[in-house]
Design a protein around this ligand. Structure first.
Ligand code: TXA
Ligand code: MG
Length: 331
């Protein structure tokens, strides 16, 4: 980065710290998606996040930490599995749900006796966390979208979602992962994935020396609430359906006011419809998916067809988000 960019970042970081310490909201870049941040120790500031997002008060938010911060300021215990995962994957797209220190971050926890902690890898947000409360503070940050909608993966998409409701958007460029972090519940018993995300079950299982199936077992009734797990979430306004490649091909010639997302080129020209080609690898596809959905949504089409993604484990998080997007779309 050149020195002019450094100076601009420096000024923006100072402004962000001042705003956060004054209880204001700042949008921050992470490697997964942009977050809408507030001082996690300031309950009034955290409640403003809920108001801006239109998020139900019962849905807890993740607390973001500097890489040298002590998770035990927030968690009452770090089980061995949590330590192993932290050593292997922080900073990175992994959120851990842990038993919460009594009395800490009440508004973030939304009534749970657990707390979700994450150490984001984005350098600008790490620099922000280093300056914020001398590196020991926490930033409460859900994704910077209105409740139920598509998470923003660049600064412009944050502005389009939230407008003047956020005091400052720290621009860290486009997100490199593009979908939200993987959430692992380490608060009791064997760890379990609550939300698939940027880090795959295979990688987690390898480090924990367990079967990926154990991490992916079904959520029981006593499990903590994960609104990201609501059936309708991450949704565009345009009706969206997941369709097989041959069904799309059969209908494409007659498609009208339709947008298609597929990891391949259009089979033929069709000026009445709109085809967006995404990368064919899971990581590349995830990185570009939300921006592509937003681009098609902005065209006010009648429907979006998304080609059914491949079935491999690498595509777990993408399939999860598309299923939910299809469920919640068109509302
Ligand atoms: O990648 C990400 O995780 C992004 C970036 C900004 O860090 N954040 C994000 O936050 O996706 P949000 O609020 O959109 O989703 C956080 C999820 C929610 O499903 C929430 O219910 C869950 O984390 N969560 C938070 N605290 C929890 C807790 N104590 N127990 C169980 N789930 C929790
Ligand atoms: Mg979200």
């Amino acid at each position: 980065m050149d020195s002019a960019a450094d100076a601009a970042n420096d000024t923006a970081l100072d402004a962000a710290v001042r705003l956060l310490e004054a209880g204001e909201l700042v949008a921050i870049p992470t490697e997964t998606v942009y977050g809408l941040a507030a001082d996690a120790a300031n309950d009034a500031a955290v409640r403003r996040i809920y108001a801006v997002k239109g998020r139900p008060a019962s849905h807890p938010v993740i607390v973001h930490l500097h890489r040298q911060a002590d998770p035990l300021r927030w968690a009452s215990a770090l089980p061995r599995t949590a330590r192993t995962l932290i050593d292997a994957f922080w900073p990175g797209p992994l959120t851990l749900v842990l038993p919460r220190r009594p009395g800490v971050a009440q508004a973030c926890a939304a009534g749970q006796d657990t707390i979700a902690l994450r150490c984001p890898a984005h350098p600008l947000t790490q620099a922000l966390l280093a300056r914020f409360r001398a590196g020991q503070g926490g930033l409460a940050a859900p994704s910077a979208n209105r409740f139920g909608r598509i998470s923003p993966t660049c600064a412009n998409d944050v502005r389009a979602e939230l407008g003047d409701a956020v005091a400052l958007v720290l621009d860290g460029g486009p997100c490199s992962v593009g979908i939200e972090s993987t959430i692992v519940d380490c608060s009791s018993g064997d760890p379990r994935i609550l939300r698939p995300g940027g880090l795959g079950a295979t990688e987690l299982a390898e480090v924990l020396r367990c079967d990926p199936g154990l991490l992916q077992r079904a959520t029981g009734a006593a499990a903590p609430r994960v609104p990201g797990a609501l059936a309708a979430h991450y949704a565009p306004r345009t009706a969206l359906s997941l369709r097989a490649a041959d069904a799309i091909d059969a209908d494409w010639a007659h498609a009208h006011r339709v947008g298609v997302l597929a990891p391949r080129a259009a089979p033929a020209a069709n000026p009445a419809a709109h085809w967006l080609q995404l990368p064919g690898d899971a990581a590349g596809y995830a990185r570009t998916l939300y921006a592509a959905l937003r681009a098609l949504d902005a065209r006010a089409l009648d429907s979006i067809w998304v080609e059914q993604p491949p079935s491999g484990a690498a595509w777990d998080a993408v399939r999860d988000r598309l299923r939910r997007a299809a469920h919640g779309a068109g509302r």
